[in-house]
Every structure is written in C-alpha cells, then in structure tokens.
Design a protein around this ligand. Structure first.
Ligand SMILES: Nc1ncnc2c1ncn2[C@@H]1O[C@H](COP(=O)(O)OP(=O)(O)OP(=O)(O)O)[C@@H](O)[C@H]1O
Length: 300
C-alpha cells in the first residue's frame, strides 16, 4: 500500500505545554482520515508541522516514503488550514486564474474544479458576494487545481449553516471517490463518522485511538431489556457467561456483553428460565459513546 505520510513520535511543546505528545500514525493512499479531538487537542498544530509552517520539538515525519524532499512533497499536497482568502472584487474564475499563474498550473483545470465544488455557474460572480459555504467551496477548488495526492482540511465545516455543512461533506466524499486521499481535522464526532474511513483520536496532544472508524466500535455491544420482574431477570442474567455486567435504570436493564450473543439466543435462554421480556434491543455503542469512553479513561 502506498504511504502518503508517516508520523513518528512527533511532539510540539509551547513552553511547558505539550501541544502534541509523541504522536504516531500513517496515512495510506485512497482513504479519508479524520483527526478527531476537542478544541486544543493539537489537531491544527499537527497539521501545521507536517505542512512545514510550525516547527516540531521532537520526532519525525516523512512524506511519500521519504523519497522526495518536504518542499517537493508539499507541491503534491492541497491544504486549507485557514479561512479562505481571495480578492473580494475579483470573480471566482479570475481568483483561481491567479492561483494557477502563481503555482504554474494550466488554466484548463479551473472549470473542472469549479464544477466539482458546484460553483461553475457562479464563476463570474465576485468573491465578496459568496456565502461562507461558497467561499469554502472555492477554497477547496483552489486547493485541488494541481490535482494533489492528498487534500488537507482543518475544520472544513466550521461556521457553516446546515445546508453548507451538507454540501461540503458531499464534496469531500466526491473528491475521495475520485481517488484523492483526504486528511481532515474536526472536533465533530458525527462529521468523522459520516465522512471518514479512518480516525486518529487526540486528547491533549496524545493519541487515544488510531484505526478504522467502524472498528473503533470494538465492544460486543449490549442489550436493553425490560421485563415485569426486573429482579428475576437480573438474577438470571448474572448466571449467563457472556454477560459482563448489568446496569438497572428505572425500568430498563442494560446488559453488557463480553462476547458475541444474538438477541434470539438471549431471548430463548431467558424464556427457558421462565422470563418473558417486554422489551429487547441489541445495540452497539456509537462512535460518540466510544469517544467519550476513550477520553474519560485517561481523565485522572
Ligand atoms: N503559537 C502558540 N503558542 C502557544 N500555545 C499554542 C500555540 N498554538 C497552539 N497552542 C496551544 O497548543 C494546544 C493545541 O492547539 P491546537 O490549535 O493544535 O489544537 P486544536 O486541536 O487544533 O484545537 P482548535 O480546534 O481549538 O484549534 C492548545 O492548548 C493551544 O492553546
């Protein structure tokens, strides 16, 4: 598998503050990666380091297996790490034409990228007439002009209205579908869940989880159960080997699983013990619950 970026034990200190603490992860071609963490967890600092705008304190990173210099590598990277900034009185098209001139890119790409972000019809409108969402989409088009190997976005939907958020997420998925690797930083769990295939979870600069988003839900899940006799139900479940522990809240019993157990098998087992359920739902923790668990675990 082609490696786009590998980060090894990367650290950044601001005085005593460890903004990034011994962080390691690898980005492979063709996936959508999320760096997920609350505000101040070190997402922007990490992006700043690999984009060569923030100096690291320790560790290493290498682009494209270290086969080319960082300077050359960054020519294959499209990044938006600040609010989009273009000339307000110039049209979208003319702004992108200027970017092409500066970066020595063929102008023929402009229409294709404007189309991709849904702005082709507005190409002659002045930048200052654009909504925030349109400005962000123009920034994405601009970052894609040189067909980068990877697109890096820092909080791409910050400040946008629901429709704007939806459009940006659709565009990110579309770009990924065309084969571009994506790395996005976000503090929004559902954004990562909806857009990314892989995630690096950060808290106070430390890596709490790295892996596939779907595998992050690593537990076997739990059952939510109700019965007219909760006491008897609880006693019965305690004898079941696969039930790890039980929690009762009002009339709802939650039974956490240590191993695989189907709803059918549990229902049969309870019925044989003379217990009739009035409610049976099998659930897995959402990424949000999992994320909260991960962040709580290290909260001393
Ligand atoms: N130039 C700086 N000088 C001192 N401290 C800094 C500097 N830049 C960032 N920090 C601190 O480093 C930590 C990580 O900040 P960073 O911006 O990387 O986090 P983040 O996860 O991107 O959060 P946000 O979404 O709020 O930007 C924070 O505690 C922040 O205050």
């Amino acid at each position: 598998m082609d490696t786009i970026l590998s980060i090894n034990n990367l650290s950044k200190n601001y005085g005593k503050l460890k903004a990034v603490n011994n962080l390691s992860f690898t980005i492979n071609k063709g996936h959508v990666y999320g760096i997920l963490g609350p505000n101040g967890s070190g997402k922007s600092t990490t992006l700043g380091i690999v984009l060569n705008v923030v100096n690291k304190s320790g560790g290493t990173y290498s682009w494209f297996d270290g086969t080319i210099t960082t300077h050359e590598a960054l020519k294959k990277v499209g990044a938006i790490i600040e609010r989009p900034n273009f000339y307000p009185y110039m049209s979208a098209y003319k702004n992108l034409r200027l970017v092409c001139k500066i970066k020595n890119i063929d102008e023929s790409k402009i229409n294709e990228k404007l189309e991709l972000v849904g702005l082709l019809e507005r190409k002659d409108s002045k930048f200052k007439t654009f909504s925030l969402g349109m400005k962000q989409r123009l920034a994405i088009a601009s970052a894609l002009l040189n067909d980068p190997e990877i697109l890096i976005l820092d909080e791409p939907t910050n400040g946008l209205d629901p429709q704007g958020i939806h459009q940006i997420r659709d565009i990110i998925r579309k770009i990924a579908g065309l084969g571009t690797t994506i790395l996005l930083a976000s503090h929004l769990l559902d954004e990562v869940e909806k857009v990314c295939s892989h995630v690096v979870v950060l808290r106070k600069g430390e890596n709490l989880y790295t892996g596939r988003v779907d595998e992050m839900i690593s537990t076997n899940g739990f059952f939510e159960l109700k019965s007219e006799n909760l006491e008897a139900l609880a006693q019965c479940l305690e004898q079941h080997q696969v039930i790890k522990n039980i929690k009762i809240t009002d009339d709802l019993l939650t039974a956490y699983l240590e191993d695989e157990l189907s709803a059918k098998d549990l229902n049969e087992f309870l019925f044989q013990q003379g217990i009739t359920l009035t409610h049976l739902v099998k659930r897995k923790e959402s990424l949000e619950e999992q994320f909260l668990q991960l962040t709580n675990k290290t909260d001393h």
